[in-house]
Design a protein around this ligand. Structure first.
Ligand SMILES: Nc1ncnc2c1ncn2[C@@H]1O[C@H](COP(=O)(O)OP(=O)(O)OP(=O)(O)O)[C@@H](O)[C@H]1O
Ligand SMILES: [Mg+2]
Length: 451
């Protein structure tokens, strides 16, 4: 049986005390007959026993407190895990429904004359569906379940979008000052996660100033000529966009500073903080090749500075397509669409046909294999990652590639996480679409692979 160290020490104390009280006393009795000496020894023994009892009590209490803390952390982790799993399943189903709604709206749009007044209503409904899709992704990122691939992000735009929420988060006592440098290049990040990180930094600053104060949010471009070292923090040379969140709060002790990036480390009362905010920040920066410097002193305030790598591409610069362009560059390629939800399958199939593609559909891996073998040339396999049954869409994609080495592959999913395993990311000619998507996004991903 494994005995905890504190309990082991307590037991040793107890044994020594008992030895001293009984065995050592009987020795003393034999050796020293004098009653006075005996009395003195007994008093000393009693004092020793009381002292030992106090030590035992304190050790056991600290052990019990430690166990309670661990239980709290485990409970918090389980609760988060449960919320995360629940929201993942909800978001998946919701994204599939949105896919059907978007598909239906697009088909309806096609049936209307160019000047039909209902077009404006359909456009509004499409926009709302897109926003609803973005919301589910944000929900997943917020529950810390989603891992979307990095994109190019305009940090100023992102901060401005979030500003109303940041102002609500700071409350009335704390003033938020934004100094955003104009003309910053886009950086490598994931927009929802980036906003989530920003929100956490502002909330941390607010919590550090219970009596009010100032939080400054600053963005700037910065070239690091030679490696920056600040305590344990290191920033290699490079061109960065920096984001600083600075407060005049109670700051952090050295002990807190050494632990801030640890998962579940929090100094906030139970139910107020999960201790995952800065862990998410570290995970994000690791994935985006960014860096971090946190400086803080008790009673002075805290300065969190992120160094984000400048993106060499700008997703936002891709020109938006007009409906008229939509099928313009299709060469009538054949697409095999594999999707187990019949309504989603019909919606995506309609999108593909409206873009000018020939479409085969399959609901299962077995059906897909038959089509690949018997239906002649297929140019691209568009496949849901999580199909029912034993073979996943990802495995099907790999098998299909062995049948035809030129076959292009796009995996789609209603989950925020592409779930691409390492062996899949090694495949060339592989694309990824997060549901719900409209025809423009579908077309963009198709042309990227087919051209
Ligand atoms: N600006 C700050 N000033 C003082 N202490 C801070 C600051 N930012 C973070 N900390 C310390 O770091 C700890 C960890 O922060 P982190 O954001 O990871 O978790 P949290 O805020 O406790 O919980 P949550 O998961 O809800 O964000 C905080 O509990 C706090 O002790
Ligand atoms: Mg926090």
């Amino acid at each position: 049986m494994r005995i905890e160290p504190a309990i082991r020490i307590a037991l040793i104390y107890a044994i020594i005390s008992l030895f001293y009280l009984f065995v050592s006393d009987s020795l003393v009795e034999r050796l020293v007959a004098d009653v006075n000496t005996r009395l003195v020894q007994t008093t000393k023994g009693t004092a020793f026993v009381l002292f030992s009892a106090l030590v035992i009590y304190l050790l056991i209490r600290s052990e019990l407190q430690k166990r309670q803390r661990l239980r709290d952390v485990a409970m918090r982790a389980q609760r988060l895990e449960a919320i995360g799993q629940f929201s993942t399943v909800m978001a998946h189903d919701f994204n599939n429904m949105l896919m059907v709604v978007i598909g239906a709206l697009e088909v309806s749009e096609d049936t209307l004359a160019p000047d039909h007044p209902a077009r404006a209503h359909l456009a509004n409904a499409l926009k709302a569906s897109e926003k609803a899709g973005a919301l589910t992704h944000r929900m997943l990122i917020f529950s810390r379940q989603g891992h979307l691939p990095a994109k190019s992000v305009d940090v100023n735009k992102s901060a401005r979008e979030l500003a109303p929420l940041l102002n609500v988060a700071t409350g009335q006592n704390v003033s938020l000052h934004c100094n955003l440098s104009e003309g910053l290049p886009p950086v490598i990040a994931e927009p929802c996660k980036f906003q989530n990180i920003l929100l956490n930094l502002i909330i941390n600053a607010r919590d550090a100033m219970p009596n009010g104060g100032d939080v400054v949010l600053e963005t700037a471009r910065e070239r690091v000529e030679s490696q920056l070292t600040e305590g344990l923090w290191i920033v290699p040379p490079g061109d960065y966009v920096t984001i600083v969140v600075r407060d005049t709060g109670h700051g952090m002790s050295k002990h807190v500073m050494s632990k801030v990036l640890e998962p579940f480390f929090t100094t906030k009362p139970f139910g107020k903080g999960t201790g995952l905010g800065l862990t998410t920040l570290r995970e994000g920066l690791d994935a985006w090749q960014g860096h971090l410097i946190i400086t803080s002193a008790s009673g002075v305030g805290t300065n969190v500075k992120m160094y984000l790598k400048i993106a060499e591409f700008d997703d936002a610069a891709t020109p938006a397509l007009k409906s008229a362009d939509i099928a313009g560059d299709t060469k009538g390629e054949t697409i095999l669409l594999v999707e187990n939800d019949p309504e989603v399958c019909a919606a995506v199939s309609n999108q593909l046909q409206s873009l000018g593609y020939k479409v085969h559909t399959a609901a299962t891996v077995a059906e897909a294999r038959l089509i690949l073998k018997n239906e002649g040339k297929v140019d691209l396999l568009l496949c849901d990652i999580y199909l029912d049954g034993t073979t996943s869409g990802a495995a099907l994609a790999k098998q299909a590639r062995t049948l035809d080495k030129d076959l292009k592959l796009i995996l789609m999913s209603g989950y925020s996480d592409p779930g691409l395993t390492a062996d899949l990311t090694d495949l060339s000619g592989l694309g990824w679409l997060a549901k719900p998507f409209d025809r423009f996004a579908l077309r963009r991903e198709l042309r990227k692979l087919l051209d």
